[in-house]
Write a protein that binds this ligand. Structure first.
Ligand code: SAM
Length: 220
């Protein structure tokens, strides 16, 4: 039933094309007023058995990694990138803007496919999408694997971090964006950068979240 809906129109109706505060060079279809879309979609999407509209926001973790990619094009140029738990597609779009060879955006929320397509088109880049749960199989063959803002729930955080560590163990470069979520295993990671990302009190506990970009330490 959910797949039959015209998610493109739904997104266009309930969002506005705007720049996330930390990546002013990118534009995304994002909720302009947070509470109404969250409430409305909770009811409407809940009836369809779909999760809340994470895709309608540029989360602090995603904004931080996107900023880092845009400022470090040498780290992404020519790379095959996978952005797992992509939401709006922000990180995948930043990777393509910074010169990646390809980007695959993955998210289990089926609405994300239309959101990523609209957002990629708004920025003039191509991003592939999969709705498959990539965490169920070994990490895909790629050069750079990125997960932003995925540690807000314990089961997901544990699953995704183990999976990312597996990829790191196989030599894939892994980047993680996190604004100090409860289940983020900070002590196991090396921080590459920290940003002060403007967010909304309607979504977060602070107007500005100190948000890090992390990698697994490389064994010497
Ligand atoms: C807080 S949002 C972060 C979105 C984006 N990375 C950002 O920073 O703006 C978390 C996202 O994780 C997705 N998600 C949850 N479990 C997932 C899974 N097993 N595989 C892929 N995505 C998943 C949700 O659907 C949601 O879009």
């Amino acid at each position: 039933m959910a797949a039959e809906r015209d998610w493109r129109s739904f997104i266009l109706e309930h969002t506005r094309l705007q720049a996330p505060p930390h990546t002013p060079e990118l534009k995304l279809h994002l909720a302009s007023e947070i509470t109404p879309i969250w409430r409305m979609t909770e009811e409407e999407l809940g009836e369809l058995g779909l999760p809340p509209p994470f895709w309608a926001f540029a989360w602090a973790g995603g904004q931080a990694v996107a900023r880092w990619l845009l400022d470090h094009p040498e780290a992404v140029r020519g790379a095959r990138v996978v952005d797992v738990a992509t939401g709006s597609g922000l990180v995948a779009i930043a990777a393509m803007t910074a010169g990646a060879q390809s980007a695959l955006a993955a998210d289990i929320d089926p609405v994300c496919e239309a959101a990523v397509a609209l957002n990629a088109a708004a920025n003039g880049v191509q991003v592939a999408f999969t709705g498959r749960d990539l965490l169920e199989t070994p990490p895909p063959d790629c050069d750079l694997l990125i997960a932003a803002d995925v540690c807000y729930e314990r089961p997901l955080a544990e699953r995704v971090m183990a999976w990312l560590e597996q990829a790191h163990g196989r030599g894939v470069r892994v980047l993680i964006g996190d604004p100090g979520r409860t289940y983020f295993p900070r002590q196991r990671l090396q921080r590459l950068a920290e940003y002060r990302v403007a967010t909304s009190r309607e979504l977060e506990d602070a107007e500005v979240k100190r948000t890090g970009v992390y990698a697994f330490p490389v064994a010497r």
